[in-house]
Ligand binder design. Structure first.
Ligand code: ACO
Length: 324
C-alpha cells in the first residue's frame, strides 16, 4: 500500500502591510470595529506581485528546502479563486517559473476550502502509485477582487500564498477526511461573476467583486462546519484529546471561538494568525501550517496529529486529519 506524506511546508506574503488604521483613512471604519468583530489587525496587500508570483515563491522555497530538482516534480495543483488568468492556469505559470518540465499542472477552485480539497486530491494521486512528488499550493491576490468602497467586505481579506510538498511514504499519514459542498447556498458568497456576452446572447452584467451575506456565512460555519468536524473526529475514532492542533481557515477569530465550544475541543488547540494576514482564502491554511512549523509549534516528524479544515464559497467545506 502506498501513502502520501507532507514533507515540506512554505509560505510567502507580499511585504506591504495595511493596518486597520490605514483602512480607516480610506473608508468609514475603525480598528476597534474590525478587531472586535473579526480579530484582524493587519493584512498584506500586493503592490506588484501576481497570484502566480506569490505561488512561485512558495514552490521555489519547497524545492530548496527539500533539495530537489524541479524536474522531479510530478504534479502541481494551485488552489485559487483569484488567478491572474483562466488560461494559462496559475499552476502553469508556477511550472514555467520553476522549470518543472515533467509535471502536469492545474488550478482547483473551491474558494476557502481550496487547499483542503487540493490536498485530498493530491493524496489520491500519490496513493495511486502513479506519482511520487507533488506541490500543493494555495495562493490568492484577494485585493483585486474587493470592492474597496464596501467596508463590509474590504476589511476582511488579504493576499498571500502557502503550500506543501507531498511525497510518497510507506506509512499512513492521511488518517481521515470529510469533504462537502452545497451549491444551493452559493449565492451567499460570490465573486468573479462573468455574464454572457456575444452577439447571439442576452448580454449580462459582470459582477467581479466579492459579495457576501456575512450573517449567513457566519451561521453556516458555526452550524455545518462545526458539525462535520465533530462527526469526523467521532467517526474516525479520534477523541478531542488525541488531536494536537486544529488549523482552520482563518476567516474570523469569533468563528474559531464559537467552533471550539461547539466541537468541544480546547480553544488553545485552534491555531490562529488572521490577526496578521486577514482572510487569505485558499492560502490561509497553508500559511498557518508553514508559520506553525517555522515557530516550532508543529513538527514534521510524524509525532503529531492535526486537523485541517477549510470552509467558504460554493458553499464548500472539508476537513482532513493528518499525522504530521
Ligand atoms: N466598519 C465599521 N462598521 C461596519 C463595518 C466596518 N468595516 N462593516 C459593517 N459595519 C457596520 C454595518 O454597516 C452595520 O451597521 P448598521 O447596524 O448601522 O447597519 C453594523 O456594522 C453591523 O453589521 P453586520 O454586517 O451585521 O456585522 P456583523 O456583526 O454580522 O459582522 C462580519 C460582520 C464580521 C462580516 C460577520 O458577519 C462575519 O464574521 N461573518 C462571517 C463571514 C466571514 O468571515 N466571511 C469571510 C469570507 S467567507 C469565509 O472565509 C468562510
Amino acid at each position: 500500500m502506498r501513502y502520501a506524506k507532507i514533507s515540506q511546508v512554505a509560505h510567502y506574503v507580499p511585504s506591504q502591510v495595511i493596518t486597520n488604521d490605514d483602512l480607516s483613512q480610506i473608508m468609514d471604519t475603525s480598528d476597534e470595529w474590525i478587531s472586535s468583530r473579526t480579530g484582524i489587525k493587519n493584512r498584506h496587500i500586493t503592490k506588484d506581485e501576481s497570484t502566480a508570483d506569490l505561488a512561485s515563491q512558495v514552490a521555489k522555497q519547497l524545492l530548496e528546502k527539500a533539495s530537489l530538482e524541479a524536474s522531479s516534480i510530478d504534479f502541481i495543483i494551485v488552489a485559487t479563486v483569484t488567478p491572474d488568468s483562466m488560461m494559462p492556469s496559475t499552476a502553469a505559470k508556477v511550472q514555467a517559473a520553476i522549470g518543472a518540465t515533467n509535471a502536469f499542472v492545474f488550478d482547483l477552485t473551491a474558494a476557502c476550502s481550496g487547499f483542503v480539497f487540493a490536498l485530498s486530491t493530491a493524496e489520491k494521486f500519490i496513493q495511486s502509485g502513479l506519482y511520487q512528488k507533488g506541490l500543493v499550493i494555495g495562493a490568492e491576490t484577494f485585493s483585486k477582487t474587493i470592492d474597496w468602497s464596501d467596508r463590509r467586505t474590504a476589511v476582511l481579506f488579504g493576499d498571500g500564498a502557502g503550500g506543501v510538498l507531498l511525497e510518497a511514504s510507506d506509512k499512513a499519514h492521511f488518517l481521515a477526511e470529510s469533504l462537502h459542498s452545497d451549491g444551493s447556498r452559493g449565492d451567499g458568497l460570490t465573486s468573479g461573476v462573468v455574464g454572457l456576452n456575444s452577439p447571439f446572447s442576452v448580454v449580462e452584467d459582470n459582477l467581479p467583486y466579492v459579495t457576501m451575506d456575512g450573517r449567513a456565512i457566519f451561521d453556516f460555519t458555526i452550524r455545518d462546519v462545526s458539525k462535520s468536524i465533530a462527526e469526523l473526529i467521532e467517526r474516525s475514532s479520534f477523541t478531542a484529546d488525541s488531536i494536537d492542533y486544529l488549523l482552520l481557515h482563518q476567516a474570523n477569530i469569533r468563528i474559531l471561538d464559537k467552533m471550539a465550544k461547539k466541537i468541544g475541543v480546547d480553544r488553545e488547540k485552534f491555531l490562529a494568525n488572521m490577526m496578521e494576514y486577514g482572510n487569505t482564502c485558499a492560502a490561509s491554511i497553508p500559511i498557518l501550517l508553514s508559520e506553525s512549523v517555522d515557530n516550532g509549534t508543529i513538527r514534521l516528524d510524524g509525532s503529531q496529529t492535526i486537523l485541517l479544515s477549510g470552509f467558504g464559497g460554493g458553499l464548500t467545506w472539508g476537513s482532513l486529519i493528518v499525522k504530521i
